[in-house]
Design a protein around this ligand. Sequence first.
Ligand code: CAA
Length: 391
Amino acid sequence: MTNGPAIGIHDLSFATTEFVLPHAELARHTGAELGKYHVGLGQRSMSIPAEDEDIVTMAASAAAPVVARWGADRIRTVVLATETSIDQSKAAGIYVHSLLGLPSSARVVELKQACYSATAALQFAVGMVHRDREQFVLVIATDVSRYELGSPGEATQGAAAVAMLVGADPALMRIDEPSGLCTLDVMDFWRPNYRSTALVAGRESVSAYLQALEGVWKDYTERGGRPLEEFRAFCYHQPFTKMAYKAHRHLLSFTGAEVEEERLSSALGLTTAYNEVVGNSYTASVYLALASLLDHADDLTGEAIAFVSYGSGSVAEFFCGTAVPGYREHLRTAAHRAALDRRQPIDLTAYRALHSRTFPVDGGHYPTPSQTTGAYRLASLSGHKRVYERR
Ligand code: CAA
């Protein structure tokens, strides 16, 4: 089903951090076999933010090339999706709006629902463009995933931002109807306001993801969605890339399809390249999977791509996107490669120091150490305010 005029993703760009911790370095200290990380979880390294990087600097870095290419005039709305919010009141997107010089005639808002909220933002954006086909909505998914040192979740940290421009007659991908939805009240992963690291019931969270997958597929099918065989590839939320394989295996057997290794790798193989070196970027992860697919696949024009978005707690959605003619001319493959290659490897001592840092809360003036070589940085905390600058 396509339903109505084409609306969808006009441009997509991602950014990540200054530093990267290879899992080989982590394994040397945890004593885990490297195979557990590389094969068992499907992770090779994780992006680690510098002291002067956060969700705002990553978001601005991801969105700047999009604004440079298409201009700011038609952007009427900015929706920043995150579960690593920096303020209980002010939307982080306002800092991004300012850093990018977006027009005052654009509204800015923040959305949260664990790793799902960027999908809500995308769908809301599609609805807004239906109302006014001239406008662009800038959707930015940006997150830093942090677990306790020494916890099972530690090997599944990461950080990235994905910016998507949503508009009519999209240059990359049409977003199709219907969506399959599933909301279930579960405590598989959460982060109370007073904590900087997430709490997670690891094994239960995997089961909760699979249960939600059944729910979204059932709803998608009941609403007249496509049969499974019509999808060329599946972009899953990837807290660790092996999760996509677990999920797809589960979906195939749930629908009575044959579970063959060849079928799994053809559906998923090209979607994991970025997440396996970035780590869990929470709400950005499913769109990093899309970036990986678009950047690595041969021509996908006219092909149906499935999206499975899962946010603990939980809300999930299954929907279809279709690659449009000419999409390959608009990809940012070289820039994406550069964003990964520019990261500097750090050792465990440096990683632990970054992980353990806390922000002062007394309202004094604290300049932030200058570490990032990226375009935007958190310059200081001053009078309880975050001060950002363009380098
Ligand atoms: N060679 C190959 N494979 C190995 C191995 C080796 N030497 N050693 C272990 N493995 C395999 C294990 O057999 C296991 O595979 P299966 O899952 O197929 O059984 C895999 O490596 C992982 O090993 P463990 O199950 O022992 O790992 P763990 O219990 O230490 O941690 C985890 C796994 C619970 C998922 C943990 O990483 C975690 O808590 N992660 C955070 C939560 C998470 O990501 N949940 C995902 C669903 S929720 C969600 O998606 C939202 C979100 O973003 C958080």
